[in-house]
Write a protein that binds this ligand. Structure first.
Ligand code: ADP
Ligand code: MG
Length: 154
């Protein structure tokens, strides 16, 4: 199955999912984080980046559009396209190379605002409210993503 549903009853559960995914993206990969404001996209991204070894403050890229990190020659791009109005803006902003990078970790919040020209992710994580917690729906769109799901949910 290329989709898996997981309950995340509290923030610790979100962080645990990030902790388990972190070693799998060690050689790069693209993850789209989908969900309404407050769904927990930045919480998940921050936990994943932290688990990947990023030290210091991890800011939400809501205003800067992207935050870039580097750990041991691996680049991490954390995008947030919430403020994008025109889907072509990400091209004009010069993000094409970063978004298509194969040897980087690319996390994108509000990818739907960037339109259909965005390369497909390896994995999409949809976060939705469920009681006081969240439910995550993880969908693989590449062999990479599928191998991550196989490792996460054997
Ligand atoms: P987004 O980036 O989707 O707008 P944020 O991550 O900035 O959302 O904020 C999400 C809020 O929800 C934070 O206050 C966080 O503590 C909380 N949260 C995150 N994950 C969970 C969870 N699994 N259960 C309950 N609350 C959560
Ligand atoms: Mg956010």
């Amino acid at each position: 199955p290329c989709t898996h549903r997981l309950e995340l009853p509290d923030e610790a559960a979100t962080q645990e999912l990030a902790r388990r995914l972190a070693p799998l993206v060690r050689h790069g990969g693209r993850i789209h984080l989908t969900g309404d404001l407050g769904a927990g996209k930045t919480t998940f991204a921050r936990a994943l980046l932290r688990e990947c070894g990023i030290r210091g403050r991890i800011k939400s890229p809501t205003f800067a559009l992207v935050e870039v990190y580097e750990v041991s020659n691996l680049y991490f791009y954390h995008f947030d396209f919430y403020r994008f109005n025109d889907p072509r803006e990400w091209l004009d902003a010069g993000f094409r190379d970063a978004l298509a990078a194969k040897d980087a970790v690319v996390l994108i919040e509000w990818a739907e605002k960037a339109g259909a020209e965005l390369p497909p992710p390896d994995l999409e994580i949809i976060l939705e409210p469920a009681g006081d917690g969240r439910v995550a729906t993880l969908t693989a769109s590449s062999e990479h993503g599928q191998s991550w799901l196989n490792a996460l949910f054997p």
